[in-house]
Design a protein around this ligand. Structure first.
Ligand SMILES: Cc1cc2nc3c(=O)[nH]c(=O)nc-3n(C[C@H](O)[C@H](O)[C@H](O)COP(=O)(O)OP(=O)(O)OC[C@H]3O[C@@H](n4cnc5c(N)ncnc54)[C@H](O)[C@@H]3O)c2cc1C
Ligand code: SF4
Length: 746
């Protein structure tokens, strides 16, 4: 056998958005980019004999390399594959560049199949065609295996420059031959491009379907549709998708880009307008009823996007009455643990405690209740190696990035105190970074800006009718599934089912208990002001610790007290002002100076917002009523007043006052309470209570709606009583429990 002529080697790295569970490369790339899920292919290519390669119509070479894809591993070696450069595609004027690599994870074989499509079908498409690799990941040793992931990898100009530095000539040591070989390869490459893009008119013939191309998903029939993507919806979507169900999530709110969170007055992302959501669909839905205001999240990830990250178990006493047989603390305990692990719950490390935590401990000690003080678990990622004393200047650069246990990139907390208005470094372990990310990795589709209007029985399953909110308009649509899970939150689920029963008449068998048993979870805030102490409420995660009176030791009322935080919005508002100012440069200097002052003189630094939650009476009732008695659209209205829970709120107010006085502060009970007995709660619970019979509630212990099989409610709406503590962990744990029952029956 004669020796091969001079050949060429080079190394090429391509990377881009990639998602497990997706089959379409473009959809996979888009989903991957949203959660920073990227795959990198490091290819090492060898063309043994350049002349033979050019003569071969397929233009094949050898390829080995490595794959970086955090869910499977980093630097996973790939020892074989397929490489072709400008091979015929079976369609006029179309060629492929093929990059395929086989690799193993554990003993499991995978095959990554990518191709660039070289064809002139749009002006100036040469660069994008030759640098865009449409990629699918297959289980098994070749691309006949089922697709388990997809994405689009790219070669950017820097990576191209790097590639050029790796080009080597092989099989000759003669410098002249080396130069000739590089020149010949360059001529071949540019000749192919000239053929494809200059000598060929732009083509419109359809692209041939590759053997591994997924069938387009035009079907609107799903195994399960989940309405809402908060704690109930995200956990259920994840577990059902992992169990192999085809899951669609319809979410009324937006999917947030962490680089563009609402910060300044001009941002349109703040408010959800219940009357005109197509015009204003920000992430905070604040509803002001007669005697109580309710704040809820409206976004992919639901309340987790704007919550204070506290993730705690409810005490066993919280399940003492009202709950169906067999739902108690012991039943939920394994699920509490599962949620804690999945969401990486941890307290603030001892070397990063904010001032407020110290004040809490001092206050508990000062009133002789030190043993009731403790730190609580947060859904926040910290870097334990980075000490913070509560006063250092806040810089985003103090946050370091890491890949979480679900393969999603996050950052660590830099104590900016903005938790309740979203975390721009992704240190909050929000649901889109864990449960929803894993759901998507298993093929679940999440559609933001889809507002569900009603549900109706259809062919043994259900039709879910929605309005797509796009470009200031509503566009009606519907999807169908065998099972539907309503996870729209306490108000959202209750209102949706009330409309189905009383407005659309599509679910007539819903229990007469629908709307009843609602409570505020005893939320209350008392600001206290200090003259010789600086609690610095805008520094550190929003809540860090509790003083626990849930045992009823204070006049039989069960509640706990927390340190509260307040986001510092001044900086965002300042930037907004500077951007709009005609004296931009001067104002930038002023802004820098004011910022420095703010860093040193944190706003409201002498204020301590004492928070509390408690077990109030679940005696609120929702109804749909016409806006103007007999006329106007039907609106959700709430009959609730605090009279049966006044003793609880008074006990909280007294305790807040005592804790403030014992540490040198003065509590200022808000006039909204002293004068109007008006409360605002971010923890609405109930409306579709779980119970042993339809005479007492709306859903059974699996979350299944009485009278309508395979329709479920799984979220804060199914709580028959208050918890007395922040409820998200209990909602998520109940969702873990209920999804297990659904999977068993499916
Ligand atoms: C400012 C703030 C701070 C909080 N801090 C904490 C805390 O630290 N710890 C804690 O445990 N809890 C906290 N909470 C409460 C917590 O966020 C909620 O208890 C929790 O999110 C409720 O979960 P859920 O699944 O019932 O509903 P949600 O998380 O509210 O999810 C419901 C989802 O359904 C969507 N939806 C509603 N209607 C429709 C419809 N018709 N069509 C489509 N989608 C719909 C909503 O947009 C939303 O995304 C806080 C809440 C707020 C507002
Ligand atoms: S304090 Fe700032 S960095 Fe830390 S979790 Fe809250 S928002 Fe994120």
């Amino acid at each position: 056998m004669s020796n091969p002529g001079p050949g060429i080697t080079f190394q090429e790295t391509m990377q881009g958005g990639f998602m497990l569970g997706m089959t379409d490369p473009e959809a996979g790339a888009e989903a991957g980019k949203r959660i920073s899920s990227e795959l990198a292919m490091h290819a090492s290519i060898t063309i043994d004999d350049l002349e033979q390669f050019i003569a071969d119509p397929e233009h094949g070479g050898h390829i080995v390399g490595a794959i970086d894809f955090p869910p499977l591993g980093i630097a996973i070696p790939a020892q074989r594959g397929v490489f072709k450069l400008f091979s015929p595609a079976g369609a006029p004027h179309t060629k492929y560049m093929v990059y395929e690599l086989a690799f193993e994870v554990g003993n499991r074989p995978y095959y990554l199949a990518g191709r660039k499509v070289v064809r002139h079908d749009a002006p100036f498409d040469l660069w994008s065609d030759t640098t865009t690799l449409y990629t699918t990941l297959h289980e098994g040793s070749d691309k006949d295996g089922p697709i388990v992931g997809a994405g689009v990898l790219g070669l950017n100009p820097v990576a191209l420059m790097k590639l050029l530095t790796t080009v080597r000539v092989i099989n000759t040591s003669n410098p002249l031959d080396k130069t000739k070989t590089v020149t010949r390869f360059g001529q071949f490459f540019s000749g192919q491009l000239v053929d494809s893009y200059l000598r060929t008119p732009a083509t419109t013939t359809p692209l041939p379907t590759a053997p591994n191309a997924p069938a387009p998903n035009t079907s609107e029939h799903w195994d399960v549709i989940i309405i809402g993507s908060g704690f109930g919806g995200a956990v259920t979507a994840c577990r059902l998708a992992q169990a192999g169900q085809r899951v669609l999530v319809l979410e009324r709110g937006r999917r947030w880009d962490y680089n563009r969170l609402p910060r300044s007055a001009s941002d349109d992302g703040w408010w959800w307008d219940q009357q005109q959501p197509e015009k204003s669909n920000g992430w905070l839905d604040l509803r002001l009823f007669n005697k109580v205001g309710v704040a809820q999240g409206a976004a992919v990830g639901g309340g987790s996007q704007i919550y204070a990250n506290i993730s705690v178990e409810a005490p066993p006493e919280a399940f003492a009455s009202g709950w169906p047989e067999g739902i108690d603390y012991n039943t939920l305990k394994p699920y509490y643990d599962r949620v804690g692990e999945f969401m990486d719950i941890t307290p603030v490390p001892a070397n990063q405690l904010p001032e407020r935590t110290r004040l809490m401990r001092d206050a508990a000690t000062a009133i002789g209740e030190e043993e009731r003080f403790r730190q609580v678990g947060l859904a926040v990622s910290f870097d334990p190696g980075r000490a913070w004393d509560g006063r250092q200047p806040l810089e985003k650069s103090q946050s370091s990035t890491f890949i979480n246990r679900h393969g999603v990139q996050q950052g660590t907390c830099y104590h900016c105190g903005m938790c309740d208005i979203g975390c721009d470094v992704k240190a909050k372990n929000t649901l889109d970074l864990n449960y929803l990310a894993v759901a998507e990795q298993h093929g679940c589709e999440i559609r933001p800006l889809h507002l569900v209007s009603h549900i109706e029985p259809h062919n043994g399953g259900y039709a879910v009718h929605f309005d797509r909110l796009e470009g200031g308009r509503r566009v009606a649509g519907a999807a169908y599934a065998e099972r539907v899970v309503v996870s729209a939150g306490s108000l959202g689920s209750t209102e949706l089912l009330l409309r189905c029963r009383d407005q659309y008449g599509t679910l007539p068998k819903l229990s007469s208990q629908l709307g009843s048993g609602w409570c505020t979870n005893g939320d209350f805030l008392t600001p206290a002001f200090y003259t010789d102490r600086e609690p610095l409420p805008s520094r550190g995660p929003t809540i860090t610790s509790v003083i626990d009176f849930l045992d009823g030791s204070r006049g039989g009322q069960r509640f706990w007290v927390q340190d509260g935080g307040i986001p510092d919005l001044l900086d965002g508002w300042l930037q907004h002002y500077v951007k709009r100012s005609p004296h931009h440069a001067l104002d930038q200097m002023t802004q820098k100076w004011v910022r420095q002052q703010l860093q040193e003189q944190a706003p409201l630094k002498n204020m301590m917002p004492w928070f509390a939650q408690g077990m109030d009476k679940p005696d609120g009732k929702f109804r749909l009523r016409k806006r103007w008695w007999l006329f106007g659209p039907r609106e959700l209205q709430l009959d609730w007043d605090v009279s049966n829970s006044t003793a609880l709120i008074n006990a909280i107010v007294r305790t807040h006052g005592e804790l403030s006085a014992a540490t040198g502060g003065v509590a200022m009970v808000p006039p909204s309470w002293t004068m109007a007995k008006y409360l605002i709660t971010p923890h609405p619970l109930g409306g579709c209570a779980m119970a042993d019979s339809p005479q007492h509630g709306v859903v059974n212990r699996k979350g299944e709606v009485y009278g309508h099989p395979r329709l479920y409610v799984i979220d804060g709406a199914i709580f028959p009583t208050a918890m007395g503590v922040n409820p998200s962990r209990t909602i998520a744990s109940l969702a873990e429990f209920c999804s297990e029952q659904i999977i068993r029956e499916a």
